[in-house]
Design a protein around this ligand. Structure first.
Ligand SMILES: NC(=O)c1ccc[n+]([C@@H]2O[C@H](COP(=O)([O-])OP(=O)(O)OC[C@H]3O[C@@H](n4cnc5c(N)ncnc54)[C@H](OP(=O)(O)O)[C@@H]3O)[C@@H](O)[C@H]2O)c1
Length: 267
């Protein structure tokens, strides 16, 4: 059999970049999509220089908000490698600040990237996975999908959408030999916080943070073991359980993390 093929969105930094490298090390050919072409070029060089057999990487500059760009990218991936086995739907952005005070452009950017982008990625890849006799989809959600998080409401709601979609898709696709993992990611050391739209806000509180490499390894395992969920750390498990068992308490703790400096009524 030819090498299995990963299609990853948001490959230019953070979790997507680390996953591209982890899957390439594991023998996958990797197709990476993101807007920053120069970052994809440096990833390509890094994968080509992996020790052992040189890794294979196809850079796909593109924007997940545009359905046509996803369709073209998937067609290029199939033309290059002849198959597609795994979609890692990872591209996403955050936003901080009170909803009523947020720029509508920021709210739109979160919804179009985290919701439309996810839908376009899934819809473009499912026919390719099906043509291959099956495969796997990982949807990168967040533990905030299960916790009420004020001052990052649009982002948290977009991740609740992602997790809900993962559960529905799993049932739709199980008869087609396509597994679906809902990756409930907790705080991870990437560029995500500094790129967050809206009010600048240092999210502190001494909470533990995973490395992008640790998350990438967990995602690789999730495909190998066909896991339904990924929870990287005991802290993430406890936070999610807290969201179910003591939602009010968890929401108050989250509010402390995200509340804008000077209180919650920015005027
Ligand atoms: N870091 C955390 O604490 C954390 C926690 C829970 C969940 N997550 C989730 O993990 C995922 C990855 O985030 P990260 O932490 O790795 O952040 P990151 O380092 O900022 O990476 C985000 C990636 O998404 C890509 N992206 C953003 N908008 C895009 C668009 N319109 N089209 C194509 N690609 C786009 C970016 O590439 P370009 O800018 O080059 O397009 C980048 O590669 C996100 O879905 C995020 O919500 C992160």
């Amino acid at each position: 059999m030819s090498k299995p093929v990963l299609f990853v969105t948001g490959a230019s930094s953070g979790i997507g970049r680390a996953a591209a490298i982890a899957f390439a090390r594991d023998g996958y050919a990797v197709c990476g999509l993101a807007r920053r072409a120069e970052r994809l070029a440096s990833l390509q060089a890094e994968i080509a220089a992996l020790p052992g057999a040189p890794g294979r990487f196809l850079a796909l500059p593109g924007d997940v908000r545009a359905a046509a760009e996803l369709e073209t990218a998937v067609a290029r991936a199939q033309a290059q490698f002849g198959r597609l086995d795994v979609l890692l739907a990872n591209a996403g952005i955050g936003q901080h600040g009170a909803l009523a005070a947020a720029d509508w452009a920021d709210v739109q950017a979160v919804l179009r990237t985290n919701i439309d982008g996810l839908l376009h990625s899934v819809r473009a890849c499912v026919p390719a996975l099906r043509a291959n006799g099956g495969g796997h989809i990982i949807i990168v959600s967040s533990i905030v999908s299960g916790i009420h998080t004020p001052y990052t409401a649009t982002y948290a709601a977009s991740k609740a959408f992602a997790s809900s979609l993962a559960g529905s898709l799993r049932l739709e696709l199980e008869g087609q030999n396509i597994g679906v993992t809902d990756a409930l990611i907790g705080r991870t050391a990437t560029e995500f916080n500094q790129n967050r739209l809206g009010e600048a806000h240092e999210i502190s509180g001494g909470l533990p943070s995973a490395s992008a490499e640790a998350v990438a390894d967990a995602l690789l395992q999730a495909v190998a073991k066909k896991q339904r969920h990924v929870l990287v750390s005991a802290f993430d498990r406890a936070a999610l359980a807290g969201g179910v068992l003591a939602p009010g308490l968890m929401a108050r703790l989250a509010k402390r993390q995200y509340e804008p400096r000077g209180g919650g009524n920015p005027e």
